[in-house]
Design a binder for this molecule. Structure first.
Ligand code: GAP
Length: 448
């Protein structure tokens, strides 16, 4: 009997089959640690990004946005500690040349210096910096080195004074940014979970020292509530409290999600103290302190509470969380499975599919007209090929929450069928009421 549980292989296969995610440079055998987002993947990624951006900037009066350059002055990464500390301990097998991370490999094999793959001798662990290095200009010497940023956060720190001054921001305030980050990861398994090129959604919140613990708690609550709001199954979420802290952190929690390979980090909430701004003051020679006009012109270096989520990792989470193989057979009937993605309608790559029952008798033309009416408000799809049941299943598999079917009655009385993905219920709606009805369904959506 077929296994109807979720697995990473099923997610990878659905992503390729339906155009969410493709292997990078596939025709050349693929590029490890890099993936391409197809038509549905782009929409899904954009929707997750928009939901996060709205949550941060639109719903918080004191958070503004930034889009900093990926290439930054190399001193930034000295100041941040990445040049000295951002490394994994690696060991190599002298025989089969396999490479392992000493901190995550079998510790017995490491102690015995034996390769877990072939039994050959292992080298001593050595620190391998995760930053990608390249050169600016024609000369490839040490003076021209630049790094591809390993986190977006530093772009925010070096701009914090520009933003505070130009936008008259008063502490506490935040700066949000979404963008690419790069890490030379050695182990890049589990599809898009850990990749060399990925996207982050980071928000840095600047607070008065002494108020950091309160804001740290606030942001933990906010981030948890965000996932709840977008319909994620919260039984699959948990907090992980860091015992071993990064060089910049005073306290850190991860939100972990139960991916098919087990609970793994989705997002981090960190109290970074005044570490980064103090270091940038030291390394740049520019004073990064803040004069608090609401507190007797007190001068201090703000503490920073960071919320740092992977956008591409979120996309994987939303896919895994939405995925279901659902048996539609009634008792006594043979099994009949549909694959369905229960995306929140604001996250789903396509919101509405318009399907004429038949191509002929003017139904296709009418369906196209209806699709055109809805295009301004929603991402729509149109499908006229195959039996209507099959077309519903195709839309279920990509997570389209609403299907509109145009039939012979539509020509007579101006109504259409509106079908709901999760319940598969169908109602008749007047054509001119469709947009308002769908808007209201989205607003009131609750995942069952
Ligand atoms: N600015 C802090 C920072 O970068 P991090 O825990 O290293 O913290 C934050 O990364 C988030 O970025 C992670 O929770 C994860 O979602 C995402 N992330 C980190 N490395 C990644 C990788 N190699 N591939 C995909 N996502 C990654």
């Amino acid at each position: 009997m077929e296994d109807h549980k979720i697995s990473m292989d099923k997610i990878v296969s659905l992503c390729k089959r339906r155009g969410f995610v493709f292997q990078s440079s596939e025709i050349y055998g693929g590029q490890a640690g890099a993936w391409d987002y197809g038509p549905l993947g782009v929409e899904l990624k954009k929707n997750i990004q928009n939901a996060w951006w709205k949550e941060m900037t639109q719903l918080h009066d004191n958070i503004v946005g930034l889009d900093a350059a990926i290439l930054m002055h190399p001193r930034v990464w000295e100041a941040s500690g990445h040049v000295a500390n951002f490394s994994d301990p690696l060991v190599d097998c002298k025989q089969c040349k396999m490479r392992f991370r000493a901190d995550t490999m079998d510790q017995k094999a490491l102690e015995e210096k034996k390769c877990p793959a072939c039994g050959g001798e292992l080298t001593e662990p050595r620190a391998f910096n995760l930053m990608f290095k390249t050169h600016i200009g024609p000369a490839e010497d040490s003076a021209s080195i630049v790094y591809l940023r390993p986190e977006t956060a530093q772009g925010i720190y070096v701009n914090y004074k520009n933003i505070a001054q130009s936008n008259r921001m008063k502490i506490p305030f935040g700066i949000a940014q979404v963008g690419k980050a790069f890490r030379n990861e050695i182990v890049t398994k589990n599809f898009i979970f850990r990749t060399c090129e990925f996207e982050q959604m980071e928000m840095q919140f600047f607070v008065k020292p002494g108020e950091d613990d309160k804001w740290f708690q606030y942001w933990r609550e906010q981030r948890w509530a965000f996932y709840e709001k977008y319909g994620v199954n919260m039984n699959k979420m948990r907090w992980y409290h860091h015992e071993k802290l990064a060089h910049y952190a005073k306290d850190a929690y991860d939100i972990e999600y139960e991916f098919p390979m087990g609970f793994s980090e989705l997002e981090g909430v960190h109290n970074r103290t005044d570490f980064d701004l103090t270091r940038h003051t030291e390394y740049s020679g520019k004073d990064m302190s803040y004069i608090d006009q609401d507190d007797n012109n007190n001068k201090y270096i703000p503490y920073i509470i960071e919320t740092s989520a992977g956008l591409t990792r979120n996309l994987l989470m939303f896919l895994c969380d939405a995925y279901e193989e659902q048996n539609l057979a009634k008792e006594g009937e043979p099994e009949d499975y549909r694959t369905v993605l229960h995306f929140h309608p604001k996250i789903a790559p396509v919101t509405v599919a318009v399907l004429p029952l038949m191509k002929k008798d003017g139904l296709a033309e009418l369906a196209k007209e209806i699709q055109n009416d809805l295009k301004e408000d929603f991402v729509t799809d149109y499908d006229q090929s195959g039996a209507i049941g099959k077309r519903y299943r195709r839309q279920d598999e990509i997570g389209t929450p609403f299907c509109i079917t145009v039939d012979y009655d539509s020509k007579e009385d101006g109504t259409v069928t509106l079908r709901f993905r999760d319940s598969m219920e169908q109602v008749r709606v007047r054509r001119e009421e469709l947009s308002a009805r769908i808007h209201s369904e989205i607003k009131n959506y609750k995942r069952v």
